[in-house]
Design a protein around this ligand. Structure first.
Ligand code: GLC
Length: 559
């Protein structure tokens, strides 16, 4: 395998609106991020992924971009952004940004010009189509609900396409002018010193542009738009061109947000010559997806989750690397998803950390994960801000749930759970802002916060620091990065365990974690040489076996 600069790196996602607010307007800002770089460095972070900071009306929290070349006023100025880049370089850290190019904002200059002249050149940069029999051109349901077609303002029978909200018109990738302008913009940012991109919603750029009416999948007469992408060939041509024209020229690191990839195209997407350096592994998280969104999501099932995780790891062995997450800005908090009630404590959180940080692939820590932030109790639907949450709340009501039940569902699954302000201290607003935060602060900030955990050597934060340091330790780095993956104790209830090793040239490291309620005794297939890290004060083991109490984990150096 040809080694790449990003193979052994640890990444951290910043959701800028909620990270750190220095100017007191209740919204995080770039200056705030700069003020926390030393904190990130102390955690061992190499790559920071910044969710969108471009100019935007914030209908979808910045994933609706109105100018790809400017920084949103709410976050600061381009000068401050340049300072951020420089400060990161000083610390030997890399910055990657979100690349949102399936769609832009309806406030983008191109869309405004398209609306002003719906049969002109700019309309060709979007998908404008005539209605059929006085109705929308086709029957696709948008990701956040409703029809993907909305009438072009001022037109009777002309519609534009948007797979997400109506304020996010889809860009027409078939138009070479659009592609050329996108590549120019990407190169502009890379020339500035960016190390790469996280690439948003990218599977959507290739569509069947005939937009045929399809068999509905629900009573609303619509079909989920993602399903209309199945059997559409040719996305690879776009992605290779994008890569060739931009990323390749800068040795950039790219991580794709790819749902619904044709399963036989793994190598094309993330193999040695793949479209992306890596892509997120959403398979474990998708085991809880519902048929109609997340309001009808499935309960967590440990066995299904574990098997899916193993499968993801194994399928990548001779292909490349996935990016591992337990949460991001689009999901509820990982500790609340994957840990049963009895494990939702520091022990359990460290166990989840140990598993995630020793898998094969690039670890991405989401802000607040390192202190074990949890879902937030929202007392009313009015406390949510997210468009998707409101859609799912209404979908739940339509499906017959009561308001109380629908609120409860949102409390468990809404992505606003992950978007509440970062908990820096126990002072007002968790030390996030001196103003009024744009979204509710989780009331548990009094106990779960960075300042308190800095002081406690056994905190979740310090456990993350130790496990990140272990992964980067020169003695073990090779194994954690390039080592294979062999699942262990598959038949043992509640046990998640695996061996990482790369043959003769490097050591053998085994992670064992007991997600079960009862103590477990594991007879080891390899001799234990040393406990590298564990979440208990005293790990009970001999050279041949280890006894794990409920929620106990250990990372072992073996012979
Ligand atoms: C991605 C983003 C999500 C956003 C959507 C539309 O899935 O992660 O936050 O709402 O794309 O851009």
């Amino acid at each position: 395998m040809i080694k790449k600069w990003w193979h052994d790196k640890i990444a951290y996602q910043i959701y800028p609106k909620s990270f750190c607010d220095l100017d007191g307007d209740g919204i995080g800002d770039i200056k705030g991020i700069i003020s926390k770089l030393d904190y990130l460095k102390s955690l061992g972070i190499d790559i920071v992924w910044l969710s969108p900071v471009y100019k935007s009306p914030f209908v979808d929290q910045g994933y609706d971009i109105s100018d790809y070349y400017s920084i949103a006023e709410e976050f600061g100025t381009m000068e401050e952004f340049d300072t951020l880049l420089a400060e990161m370089k000083k610390r030997d850290m890399h910055l990657i940004m979100d690349l949102v190019v399936n769609h832009c904002s309806d406030q983008h200059e191109w869309f405004k010009k398209a609306v002003a002249d719906p049969y002109g050149e700019y309309a060709q940069r979007f998908y404008f189509r005539k209605g059929v029999n006085g109705r929308e051109p086709s029957n696709y349901r948008a990701y956040f609900g409703g029809n993907v077609w909305t009438k072009v303002p001022g037109q009777d029978d002309l519609y534009y396409l948007h797979f997400f909200t109506r304020e996010q018109p889809d860009l027409n990738w078939e138009n070479p002018v659009v592609r050329e302008k996108i590549y120019k913009m990407v190169n502009w940012w890379l020339d500035k010193g960016l190390s790469g991109f996280r690439i948003d919603a990218i599977i959507n750029i290739k569509k069947n542009t005939d937009f045929p009416v399809m068999e509905p999948d629900d009573d609303d007469g619509l079909i989920y738009c993602e399903k209309t992408l199945e059997n559409v060939d040719g996305i690879g041509d776009f992605l290779q061109e994008l890569k060739h024209e931009t990323f390749d020229r800068h040795n950039a690191f790219t991580v794709g947000e790819v749902f619904a990839m044709p399963p036989d195209q793994l190598r094309e997407f993330v193999g040695p010559e793949g479209h992306f350096s890596t892509m997120f592994d959403f398979a474990p998280h998708s085991t809880m997806s519902g048929d109609k969104g997340w309001y009808d999501g499935k309960e967590f099932n440990f066995d299904v989750w574990r098997d899916t995780l193993y499968e993801s790891q194994l399928k990548m062995l001779n292909v490349g690397f996935l990016a591992n997450i337990i949460e991001n800005h689009d999901q509820a908090r990982g500790v609340c998803r994957y840990l049963p009630g009895y494990a939702l404590n520091d022990m359990g959180k460290k166990m989840l950390a140990a598993v995630m940080m020793t898998l094969r692939g690039i670890p991405f820590i989401y802000q607040g994960q390192e202190i074990g932030m949890e879902n937030c109790p929202f007392d009313s639907v009015d406390e949510f801000d997210d468009v998707y949450t409101l859609d799912q709340y209404n979908a739940a009501l339509e499906a017959g749930f009561t308001e109380t039940q629908a609120l409860k569902i949102c409390n468990r699954r809404s992505r606003d759970n992950a978007r509440t302000p970062m908990q820096w201290s126990d002072s007002d607003n968790a030390g996030f802002s001196t103003g009024t935060p744009w979204l509710k602060v989780n009331p548990n900030y009094k106990t779960i916060n960075v300042a308190a955990q800095e002081k406690d050597k056994n905190s979740v934060l310090n456990f993350y620091r130790r496990i990140v340091a272990l992964r980067k330790n020169d003695l073990y780095r090779e194994t954690f990065t390039y080592g294979g993956f062999v699942p262990l104790f598959k038949e043992k209830e509640g046990i998640l365990a695996f061996c990482r090793s790369c043959g003769e040239t490097c050591c053998k490291i085994v992670t064992v974690a007991n997600f079960g309620k009862n103590e477990a005794v594991l007879t080891m297939p390899y001799k234990i040489k040393k406990v590298l890290i564990s979440n208990s004060t005293k790990t009970n083991h001999t050279t041949d076996s280890i006894t794990l109490s409920s929620c106990e984990c250990a990372v072992l150096l073996c012979e």
